[in-house]
Design a protein around this ligand. Structure first.
Ligand code: PLP
Length: 382
């Protein structure tokens, strides 16, 4: 039986050596062995966030990192801005509405990136905004926002306004530098470009964010980030962590080091470019302009009927899983994940299957078209 090729934007395939490491046996979370493990993880995870500070590790899904950023960095009645361009911008909105914050939403049409000039006027039209929240990659639309420009606008607005970035579907697949992009908090989850099962959430904060979290009297318990940073001083966690996942994380970080961080990011860009070239050759319309296309996920459009044929046939005849659209993009797009333990050859595999499916469904011969377009991109890089 051919193994399933999981090309979804999370969860993603787990490398065999990571699975083996996770099965290597439990250790006590208050033991010297765990402290050593956490120190090893902390020593190597920082480059992924582009920070020189410790990165807090929570045992919960990615959404908990979004909520953690909100409940620690926003005080009662403060004004915040959420850049919302898809399902995960909506997630930020839903979380914010649970708390006593004054929420202003900068709505971006789904499939587009935040327009820098419009965002600037929106922000400048509101007084006293304390925190701005944005996705780095809006997974539901496969868009990457211009973070550098957004960070500059936030800090020009007020140097103390914090910029919080949800990197759940892209940390590990694209280079981050919190300081140069003026990001005060960067958060992610384990099940995407970090090649791990779901269950860990990560929160990186700079000094300004840490200070605000320390002074914030808003009620919170499990998500009080101060507890996590305090415990990290001693290589520990405040509550029983998902030890096996952290063991797996240590292995993942070893793999990042062995491949080279820059090479990992370049592999993601290559997969994106191959896939986009191949999809275009199949006359499938891409949802996102080249400039804002994510290196970790790609969305394409077609008729609801053709999308359904593609998804079902990939699953049933080729054992390849891709993802559908979310919310109002359901039935309008399909998304192919290319993050974490995925490789250029996987792009060739899915494109070969797509050629065959589309040739059959349209009665027009596409065989070889997507592959040669993608191979041209690939072999130019070798
Ligand atoms: C950008 C983004 N933010 C937040 C989340 C939520 O993460 P989780 O489903 O792990 O709670 C996801 C999950 O797909 C995501 O892609």
């Amino acid at each position: 039986m051919q193994e399933n090729l999981l090309l979804t934007p999370g969860p993603t395939p787990i490398p065999g050596r990571v699975n083996q490491r996770m099965a290597g046996g439990m250790i006590g979370h208050r033991s010297g062995a765990f402290k050593k493990l956490m120190e090893s993880v902390q020593g190597r995870i920082k480059p992924l966030f582009g920070t020189d500070q410790n990165v807090a590790v929570l045992s919960s899904s990615g959404t908990s990192s979004l909520e953690t950023a909100m409940v620690n960095l926003v005080k009662d009645s403060e004004d915040i801005v959420i850049i919302s361009s898809g399902a995960f911008g909506e997630r930020f909105k839903s979380i914010a509405k649970t708390y006593p914050f004054n929420v202003h939403v900068f709505e971006v049409p789904w499939g587009e990136a935040a327009d820098v000039e419009s965002f600037k006027s929106f922000l400048n039209g509101i007084e006293n905004v304390k925190v701005v929240f944005s996705q780095a990659c809006e997974t539901s639309t496969a868009v990457v926002h211009p973070l550098q420009a957004l960070g500059d606008i936030v800090k020009d607005y007020h140097s103390s306004t914090l910029f919080v970035v949800d990197g759940v579907s892209i940390v590990g697949g694209m280079k981050f530098d919190m300081q140069s992009s003026k990001i005060d908090a960067l958060i992610t989850g384990s099940q995407k470009a970090l090649m791990l099962p779901p269950g860990l959430a990560f929160v990186a904060m700079n000094d300004a964010a840490r200070l605000k979290a320390k002074e914030n009297p808003l009620s919170r318990f499990y998500l009080d980030i101060n507890k996590y940073f305090d415990a990290l001083e001693d290589g520990s966690t405040p509550f029983t962590p998902a030890v096996s996942l952290i063991q797996g994380l240590d292995e993942v970080l070893e793999m990042f080091e062995a491949e080279g961080y820059e090479k990992v990011y370049a592999r993601h860009v290559l997969m994106r470019d191959m896939l986009r070239a191949g999809l275009k050759a199949l006359d499938l319309e891409l949802l996102v302009e080249d400039q804002y296309a994510s290196p970790t996920v790609t969305a394409f459009k077609s008729s609801t009927e053709e999308l359904s044929t593609i998804k079902t046939s990939l699953e049933n005849n080729y054992n390849i899983t891709i993802a559908g659209g979310q919310k109002h993009l359901k039935g309008k797009i399909l998304r192919i994940g290319h993050m974490g333990y995925m490789f250029p050859n996987d792009m060739l595999t899915v494109l070969a299957a797509l050629e065959h499916i589309i040739t059959k469904s349209r009665g027009k011969n596409y065989n070889g078209k997507a592959l040669s377009a993608a191979q041209e991109v690939y072999y130019n890089e070798l």
